[in-house]
Write a new protein. Structure first.
Length: 103
């Protein structure tokens, strides 16, 4: 049997996050069986091809914020994708009580 890489495990978890919900980097790592590897989730996402269909935009940091610099195109794209899914951000944060994915 072929062993999955950590990145592939993370991608499998991210693929399951439903529309209108978010998960944190740490939550993705934990669900993939790799607790305390939140930074590795970020690295795995940075290696995705530009044309990916993976819902990378549904992953936010532990404070419910987008991790990209606020004036970057990536920040704007992630924020727009979240808003299009009905996720409301207040003070630059996602309300985890309302939008956090609990598989």
């Amino acid at each position: 049997m072929l062993e999955l890489t950590d990145a592939q495990r993370f991608w499998q978890i991210i693929a399951q996050i439903p529309r209108g919900k978010v998960a944190t980097y740490g939550q993705v790592a934990t669900l993939a069986g790799k607790p305390r590897m939140a930074r590795a989730v970020g690295r795995a996402l940075s290696k995705l091809p530009e044309e990916t269909q993976l819902p990378w935009h549904r992953v936010v940091n532990a404070q419910g914020r987008i991790s990209f610099p606020i004036d970057s195109d990536a920040y704007k794209e992630q924020r727009n994708r979240l808003v299009q899914e009905g996720i409301v951000m207040s003070d630059g944060r996602v309300n985890f009580k309302q939008y956090r994915w609990n598989p």
